[in-house]
Design a binder for this molecule. Sequence first.
Ligand code: IMP
Ligand code: MG
Length: 184
Amino acid sequence: MSSIKILYSQEEIQKRVRELGEEITKAYMGRMPHLVCILRGAVIFLSDLIRYINLPLTIDFMAVSSYGRGTKSSGVVKIIKDLDESIENRDVLIVEDIIDTGLTLEHLTKIFKARNPRDLKVCVLLDKESRRIVNIDVDFIGFKVPDEFIIGYGLDYNGLYRNLPFLGILDNLEVGGESFEKTT
Ligand code: IMP
Ligand code: MG
Protein backbone atom coordinates (compact mmCIF):
# COMPACT_ATOMS: atom_id res chain seq x y z
CA MET A 1 0.00 0.00 0.00
CA SER A 2 1.27 3.47 -0.79
CA SER A 3 1.02 6.38 1.60
CA ILE A 4 1.35 10.14 1.11
CA LYS A 5 3.37 12.50 3.30
CA ILE A 6 2.78 16.23 2.94
CA LEU A 7 5.88 18.05 1.72
CA TYR A 8 4.43 21.54 1.16
CA SER A 9 0.94 22.64 2.15
CA GLN A 10 -1.44 24.60 -0.07
CA GLU A 11 -0.58 27.77 1.90
CA GLU A 12 3.18 27.25 1.59
CA ILE A 13 2.85 26.68 -2.16
CA GLN A 14 0.74 29.81 -2.67
CA LYS A 15 3.22 31.92 -0.70
CA ARG A 16 6.18 30.69 -2.73
CA VAL A 17 4.37 30.94 -6.09
CA ARG A 18 3.43 34.53 -5.23
CA GLU A 19 7.10 35.31 -4.52
CA LEU A 20 8.11 33.71 -7.82
CA GLY A 21 5.52 35.82 -9.63
CA GLU A 22 7.01 38.92 -8.06
CA GLU A 23 10.56 37.86 -9.05
CA ILE A 24 9.39 37.29 -12.62
CA THR A 25 7.58 40.62 -12.69
CA LYS A 26 10.83 42.38 -11.70
CA ALA A 27 12.98 40.40 -14.12
CA TYR A 28 10.73 41.17 -17.11
CA MET A 29 9.84 44.77 -16.26
CA GLY A 30 9.09 46.68 -19.48
CA ARG A 31 8.85 43.45 -21.51
CA MET A 32 6.06 41.02 -22.37
CA PRO A 33 7.03 37.48 -21.43
CA HIS A 34 5.64 34.52 -23.38
CA LEU A 35 5.15 31.67 -20.91
CA VAL A 36 5.27 28.14 -22.28
CA CYS A 37 3.69 25.56 -20.02
CA ILE A 38 4.97 22.01 -20.35
CA LEU A 39 1.91 19.78 -20.17
CA ARG A 40 0.59 18.20 -18.22
CA GLY A 41 2.43 18.51 -14.92
CA ALA A 42 2.97 22.28 -14.98
CA VAL A 43 -0.61 23.29 -15.72
CA ILE A 44 -1.65 24.01 -12.12
CA PHE A 45 1.60 25.86 -11.43
CA LEU A 46 1.22 28.01 -14.57
CA SER A 47 -2.36 28.95 -13.80
CA ASP A 48 -1.46 30.12 -10.29
CA LEU A 49 1.83 31.73 -11.34
CA ILE A 50 0.43 33.99 -14.08
CA ARG A 51 -2.03 35.53 -11.61
CA TYR A 52 0.95 36.74 -9.58
CA ILE A 53 2.75 38.29 -12.56
CA ASN A 54 1.89 41.93 -12.88
CA LEU A 55 2.79 42.43 -16.57
CA PRO A 56 1.15 41.93 -19.94
CA LEU A 57 1.98 38.36 -20.93
CA THR A 58 0.99 35.57 -23.29
CA ILE A 59 0.88 31.80 -22.82
CA ASP A 60 1.23 28.68 -24.93
CA PHE A 61 1.42 24.95 -24.25
CA MET A 62 3.63 22.06 -25.29
CA ALA A 63 3.14 18.43 -24.37
CA VAL A 64 6.13 16.11 -24.24
CA SER A 65 6.96 12.69 -22.92
CA SER A 66 10.40 11.56 -21.95
CA TYR A 67 11.74 8.07 -21.75
CA GLY A 68 12.81 6.39 -18.55
CA ARG A 69 15.77 7.19 -16.43
CA GLY A 70 18.56 4.69 -16.20
CA THR A 71 18.21 3.04 -19.56
CA LYS A 72 19.10 5.90 -21.90
CA SER A 73 21.33 8.83 -21.17
CA SER A 74 20.17 10.46 -24.41
CA GLY A 75 16.86 11.42 -22.76
CA VAL A 76 14.76 11.43 -25.89
CA VAL A 77 11.92 13.91 -25.71
CA LYS A 78 8.92 13.25 -27.86
CA ILE A 79 6.75 16.26 -28.75
CA ILE A 80 3.15 15.13 -28.39
CA LYS A 81 1.62 18.58 -28.85
CA ASP A 82 3.64 21.40 -30.34
CA LEU A 83 3.26 25.13 -29.64
CA ASP A 84 0.41 26.96 -31.38
CA GLU A 85 2.46 30.12 -31.94
CA SER A 86 5.93 30.99 -33.20
CA ILE A 87 8.43 31.96 -30.50
CA GLU A 88 10.74 33.85 -32.85
CA ASN A 89 11.88 37.14 -31.30
CA ARG A 90 9.86 36.58 -28.15
CA ASP A 91 10.96 36.58 -24.51
CA VAL A 92 10.17 32.97 -23.75
CA LEU A 93 9.86 31.56 -20.25
CA ILE A 94 9.51 27.77 -20.07
CA VAL A 95 7.35 26.76 -17.10
CA GLU A 96 7.96 23.20 -15.92
CA ASP A 97 6.80 21.27 -12.86
CA ILE A 98 10.05 19.59 -11.83
CA ILE A 99 13.63 19.20 -12.97
CA ASP A 100 15.06 15.82 -12.10
CA THR A 101 17.94 14.49 -14.26
CA GLY A 102 17.63 17.60 -16.43
CA LEU A 103 17.41 15.60 -19.65
CA THR A 104 13.90 16.79 -20.52
CA LEU A 105 14.80 20.45 -20.11
CA GLU A 106 18.11 19.98 -21.92
CA HIS A 107 16.25 18.69 -24.95
CA LEU A 108 13.51 21.26 -24.70
CA THR A 109 15.90 24.19 -24.49
CA LYS A 110 17.72 22.88 -27.59
CA ILE A 111 14.45 22.68 -29.51
CA PHE A 112 13.44 26.16 -28.35
CA LYS A 113 16.80 27.81 -29.10
CA ALA A 114 16.65 26.49 -32.66
CA ARG A 115 13.46 28.51 -33.13
CA ASN A 116 15.24 31.80 -32.40
CA PRO A 117 13.52 33.35 -29.40
CA ARG A 118 14.94 36.76 -28.37
CA ASP A 119 15.48 35.39 -24.88
CA LEU A 120 14.95 32.01 -23.24
CA LYS A 121 14.58 31.43 -19.53
CA VAL A 122 13.38 28.50 -17.43
CA CYS A 123 11.13 28.44 -14.37
CA VAL A 124 10.57 25.24 -12.40
CA LEU A 125 8.40 24.71 -9.37
CA LEU A 126 10.60 21.91 -8.00
CA ASP A 127 14.28 21.14 -8.29
CA LYS A 128 15.45 17.63 -7.40
CA GLU A 129 19.06 18.79 -7.52
CA SER A 130 20.76 15.61 -6.29
CA ARG A 131 19.53 13.69 -9.35
CA ARG A 132 20.94 16.04 -12.00
CA ILE A 133 23.06 14.42 -14.71
CA VAL A 134 23.26 17.33 -17.15
CA ASN A 135 24.06 20.95 -16.48
CA ILE A 136 21.07 23.23 -17.03
CA ASP A 137 20.64 26.89 -16.12
CA VAL A 138 17.37 27.32 -14.28
CA ASP A 139 16.44 30.96 -13.75
CA PHE A 140 13.52 30.67 -11.30
CA ILE A 141 13.09 27.83 -8.78
CA GLY A 142 10.18 27.34 -6.39
CA PHE A 143 11.50 24.70 -3.99
CA LYS A 144 14.56 22.45 -3.79
CA VAL A 145 13.26 18.98 -3.03
CA PRO A 146 14.78 15.71 -1.81
CA ASP A 147 15.19 12.63 -4.00
CA GLU A 148 11.70 11.29 -3.39
CA PHE A 149 8.77 10.73 -5.72
CA ILE A 150 6.58 13.80 -5.51
CA ILE A 151 2.92 14.08 -6.40
CA GLY A 152 0.13 16.64 -6.22
CA TYR A 153 -0.33 20.22 -7.46
CA GLY A 154 -0.14 18.95 -11.05
CA LEU A 155 2.43 16.20 -10.57
CA ASP A 156 1.25 12.66 -11.16
CA TYR A 157 2.04 9.04 -10.59
CA ASN A 158 0.56 6.95 -13.42
CA GLY A 159 -1.72 9.87 -14.25
CA LEU A 160 -3.20 10.19 -10.78
CA TYR A 161 -2.87 12.65 -7.86
CA ARG A 162 -2.59 15.83 -10.01
CA ASN A 163 -5.62 17.31 -8.26
CA LEU A 164 -4.16 17.27 -4.75
CA PRO A 165 -3.89 20.89 -3.59
CA PHE A 166 -0.63 20.16 -1.73
CA LEU A 167 2.72 18.61 -2.69
CA GLY A 168 3.29 15.18 -1.21
CA ILE A 169 5.80 12.36 -1.15
CA LEU A 170 4.49 9.04 -2.38
CA ASP A 171 5.94 6.08 -0.49
CA ASN A 172 6.19 2.41 -1.42
CA LEU A 173 6.28 2.98 -5.15
CA GLU A 174 6.15 -0.01 -7.38
CA VAL A 175 7.99 0.80 -10.58
CA GLY A 176 7.71 -1.83 -13.29
CA GLY A 177 10.29 -2.63 -15.98
CA GLU A 178 13.53 -0.79 -16.58
CA SER A 179 12.28 1.48 -19.32
CA PHE A 180 8.95 3.15 -18.84
CA GLU A 181 7.32 6.12 -20.41
CA LYS A 182 7.15 8.97 -17.90
CA THR A 183 4.17 11.19 -18.21
CA THR A 184 5.08 14.85 -18.02
P1 IMP B 1 14.02 14.79 -16.09
O1 IMP B 1 14.10 14.72 -17.58
O2 IMP B 1 14.72 13.61 -15.46
O3 IMP B 1 14.54 16.10 -15.53
O4 IMP B 1 12.52 14.56 -15.70
C1 IMP B 1 11.60 15.54 -15.79
C2 IMP B 1 10.19 15.01 -15.85
O5 IMP B 1 10.00 13.79 -15.12
C3 IMP B 1 9.29 16.02 -15.19
O6 IMP B 1 8.77 16.88 -16.17
C4 IMP B 1 8.23 15.18 -14.53
O7 IMP B 1 7.13 15.07 -15.38
C5 IMP B 1 8.84 13.84 -14.31
N1 IMP B 1 9.23 13.66 -12.89
C6 IMP B 1 10.49 13.66 -12.38
N2 IMP B 1 10.47 13.49 -11.05
C7 IMP B 1 9.18 13.42 -10.70
C8 IMP B 1 8.50 13.28 -9.43
O8 IMP B 1 9.09 13.18 -8.34
N3 IMP B 1 7.15 13.25 -9.48
C9 IMP B 1 6.44 13.35 -10.63
N4 IMP B 1 7.02 13.50 -11.83
C10 IMP B 1 8.38 13.53 -11.87
MG1 MG C 1 6.57 17.64 -16.43
